[in-house]
Design a protein around this ligand. Sequence first.
Ligand code: IPE
Ligand code: MG
Length: 229
Amino acid sequence: MDGNGRWANERNLPRIEGHRRGAEAVKRTLAAAQKHGVKNITLYAFSVENWNRPKDEVEALMGLLNRFLKDQLPELIKRKIRLRVIGRFKELPQSTQDALRKAEAATAEFTEYTLGLALNYGSRTEVVDAIKGVVKAAAAGEVDMSNFLYDDLRPFLYTGDMPDPDLVIRTSGELRLSNFLMLQCAYAEIHITKTRWPDFKEADFAAALDDFANRERRYGKTSQQLQKA
Ligand code: IPE
Ligand code: MG
């Protein structure tokens, strides 16, 4: 969800106003995803690198997040969406941790739709944390390192049993992944739109799905092999 700051700058508004409008785009996108039958979405809301922003912006973002969780919990329940947080949870402010735990617990029973929230997330810290988990499990004799495959690594990632993304949508035009689900996105299709995140609407979501529908997903094979199958 990129471009909140630029959206605000372009209108001579404070950056936080862009973030506020970004929260509205999140609500629209949740509704659009469900309408279009997308069962799992993950929003990159705050990266491990975002702590380096000015203190007042970080505080405002955490405040917005707390408000969003409070306001939107009834909506998640109504829509039967399970909330899953991925990232270094314990470094988040206590009030945010409490609001997240509450929302996770209140939606834990839902199995059809999942909203992943990447908070204090970074792929590199995720890999480090996964390695620590594997080493601990190996020392306890819980994993067999002589026969260790990628599928054995999966449960140690924050995403655990969440499916790998099929499609990544990046708003505001930057051509990079910025430390987002780098392992899980190995074979994701990437859709980049110039639209600023606060302007993102259902039509933009539908356009991304159309783009995705026209991709040929070869997973290393040739086009001819796929046509034969
Ligand atoms: C995305 O918008 C919101 C964030 C996480 C944290 P930005 O704040 O990155 O917007 P730009 O890149 O300054 O336009
Ligand atoms: Mg940005």
